[in-house]
Design a protein around this ligand. Structure first.
Ligand code: PGA
Length: 252
């Protein structure tokens, strides 16, 4: 069985003392696990969190696609690699607030792989597109940019996160994405990779579900054979809730 990944996306939350307190509480109470538990704090706390953790793994929430140079305010994959092994890319909030498009995101994925980071590459449609029946098209388009910008070997190292925007905990008038709907999206992603790249890559690539994952529903996604883990936003800011989710990842 593949190791599951349970990844916390703290987004732009916590002050330094809160970040340390949160990660310490998770670290101290974490059950022994075969799964990979990753926390992604804001950039400025990567070092502090890195110095606090022993069992947890560390990730960043974004990076730039160049290695170095005159890019004020950006952080490069090789800089991140000094601190962490994972990087979330293409999150819907970056697509929305920073206007990141598929091409830029594909470049970031490629640059991260070259730096030795594992990209957690997010795809997912909003409610409008879903209601127009365009979910599959959107997911396909988002995937295609990355699929054809990396080699099959590189693709195996990418973690894909399906995050329906309409189900995120912070989306206004959000709706639940039930297990069946989530499973369909994962099947679609594997089908696309199967047809466009290869059956082997399609089997090996890891796919996470993200969107309002919390203790009450974590088993649905962690227990699904279509998924290799979860990406958790809001619930990962409460140690107790995140620990509960980690525990539910055992023996499923
Ligand atoms: P949520 O966020 O768990 O708060 O819905 C998930 C995400 O945006 O990655």
């Amino acid at each position: 069985m593949k190791k599951k990944i349970i990844c916390a996306n703290w987004k732009m939350n916590t002050l330094k003392s809160e970040a340390i307190a949160l990660v310490s509480a998770i670290e101290e109470n974490m059950p022994a696990t075969q799964n990979e538990v990753v926390v992604c704090p804001p950039f400025v706390y990567l070092e502090a969190v890195k110095n606090t953790i022993k069992k947890l793994k560390l990730g960043a929430q974004d990076c730039y696609f160049e290695e170095k140079g005159a890019f004020t305010g950006e952080v490069s994959p090789i800089q991140l690699k000094e601190y962490c092994n994972y990087v979330i890319l293409g999150h819907s909030e970056r697509r929305k607030y920073q206007n990141e498009g598929d091409e830029i995101i594909a470049k970031k994925v490629k640059a991260s792989l070259l730096a030795g980071l594992t990209p957690i590459f997010c795809v997912g449609e909003d409610l409008e597109k879903r209601e127009e029946g365009l979910s599959d098209e959107i997911i396909t388009e988002q995937l295609d940019h990355v699929l054809f910008n990396v080699s099959p070997e590189e693709l195996k190292k990418i973690v894909i996160a399906y995050e329906p925007i309409w189900a995120l905990s912070t989306t206004e008038n959000r709706k639940d994405c039930d297990k069946e709907t989530a499973d369909e999206a994962s099947k679609l992603i594997r089908k696309i990779i199967n047809e466009k790249i290869s059956p082997e890559v399609s089997r090996e690539v890891k796919i996470l579900y993200g969107g309002n994952v919390k203790p009450e529903n974590a088993k649905d996604y962690l227990g699904s054979k279509e998924y290799d883990g979860v990406l958790v936003g809001g619930a990962s800011l409460k140690a107790e809730d995140f620990l509960d989710i980690i525990k539910q990842g055992e023996g499923v």
